[in-house]
Design a protein around this ligand. Structure first.
Ligand code: GLN
Length: 427
């Protein structure tokens, strides 16, 4: 059996190929030379499996899709508060290159150029490296390969960067930039000239989808709080003056770039990247938008659709042993707040007596911190009621936790063995 996913992705780009509308970005002269027919799509699952179709080995400049990664880098280095002092998080409803500041004289968010230029200025310089080089190394670590700059695109944009320079001078005037704005703008433009394929983008995106841990290596590259901040800003500001439309129709945190790329990241699920150079009036890839809209619709990826995972927390409950005195709960799925609440509500129905309750966690895939705290609290209350609690947790997901009343948990490896033992003891 071969998974149908690549066929499905090929079908999607075929369906989107017919739309020839839009125009190439020509304010960066070199981008006007791009092949307008290019079309590529890639997807990475949260565990790092990558599927891709079309021109998936063609490199193009990352442009504004570098902004969330630069933002992530400075947040990780400086902390969220220090970055918020300089750049806000309010959607601007303006074009990406608007020469604007918020009422508080900070750039409104890090996804428009004024915020991204400011973000670039915050990169702490180390080992005498240029700031764009520091970012290139960081993005290469996320992509799992050595990325490089497109010198021609860089030179061409630097020569015609009048608008970004005026943004830089404005930022210097109000003291948001503290050093030479020309150097900072040039560094920002260099950051935009890093070359990527759609496969690189989804691999970089998979680290965000996976809460900051590279799913391929298991290494933590970003803190969870940083990832949450970056994805929030991508959701509210990533598509500039089309952000509201994007949120309601596609519902996936995303960032576009004027070379024709779009990267979408759905936390805990997938990252998706599309590439096609012709842009709409907001500077977003026409076919890229179409592709992400279709995927969101077909695969139910809209963030606001929610996942009804809570229906599955108790896979089965049965009573066994002499006089049905053993109450056994087999759990499965993810244990977060919603599921923990449901579980505790079910356990509430246990009669107050001296009986033994067995809870099998073998098939629980993830235990969220809140889920764990609520679960342990529930255990304490059941023990207070007079029950004996036995847990099956072969992978030690509760990692030797003690209950809140500091009781040791009785943890076993295998449900069958445990029940056999308990029945023997009854004889
Ligand atoms: N380098 C481009 C600029 O600053 C990036 C813009 C974009 O991709 N939207 O104008």
């Amino acid at each position: 059996m071969q998974t149908p996913l690549p066929d499905y992705l090929a079908h999607v780009i075929e369906a989107c190929d017919i739309d020839n509308s839009g125009h190439l970005a020509d304010y960066i002269p070199e981008l006007a030379n791009a092949n307008p027919n290019r079309l590529a799509l890639a997807m990475s699952t949260v565990d790092g499996e990558i599927y891709s179709v079309g021109d998936d080995d063609i490199e193009f400049t990352i442009q504004s899709m570098s902004k969330p990664f630069a933002y992530a880098y400075v947040l990780q280095q400086l902390g969220i508060e220090a970055v918020l002092d300089k750049v806000g998080v309010e959607p601007s409803g303006e074009a990406f290159n608007e020469i604007s500041l918020g009422k508080d004289r900070r750039p409104k968010n890090p996804m428009i150029n004024s915020g991204a230029i400011t973000t670039h200025s915050l990169i702490p310089i180390k080992d005498d490296l240029e700031s764009a080089e520091i970012l290139r190394q960081f993005m290469s670590a996320l992509a799992g390969r050595e990325l490089r700059f497109d010198e021609a695109v860089y030179e061409s944009e630097v020569k015609t960067a009048y608008r970004n320079l005026s943004i830089g001078y404005m930022l210097r005037t109000v003291g948001i930039l503290e050093t030479d704005p020309v150097d900072i703008v040039n560094g920002y433009i260099r950051q935009c000239s890093i070359l990527v394929t759609v496969k690189d983008l989804v691999r970089m995106g998979s680290v965000l989808a996976n809460g900051g841990v590279d799913p391929k290596t298991g290494k933590r590259l970003l803190n969870r709080s940083v990832v949450r901040q970056v994805l929030s800003v991508m959701m509210s500001c990533g598509m500039y003056d089309a952000a509201g439309d994007w949120l309601s129709t596609v519902g996936i945190p995303a960032k576009s770039g004027v070379a024709g790329g779009i990267l979408g990241v759905l936390p805990g699920q997938v990252s998706i990247a599309a590439f096609s150079p012709k842009l709409d009036e907001h500077g977003n890839s026409v076919r890229g938008i179409d592709i992400l809209e279709r995927l969101s619709r077909d695969m139910g990826l809209h963030l606001m659709e929610g996942t009804p995972s809570a229906q599955t927390i108790v896979q089965s409950h049965y009573r066994t042993g002499k006089d049905a005195s053993l109450s056994v709960y087999v759990l499965r799925g993810v244990l977060k707040f919603t599921e923990a609440e449901m579980l505790l509500r079910i356990l509430q129905a246990e009669p107050m007596d001296q009986s033994t309750i067995v809870i099998d966690l073998t098939q629980i895939s993830i235990i969220h911190d809140v889920g764990k705290r609520m679960f342990l609290e529930g255990i304490d209350r059941l023990i207070d009621d007079g029950h004996t609690l036995l847990l099956v947790d072969p992978e030690q997901r509760l990692d030797h936790a003690r209950t809140h009343k500091d009781r040791t948990l009785h943890v076993y490896q295998d449900i069958e063995d445990l029940i056999a033992q308990l029945k023997d003891a009854e004889k």
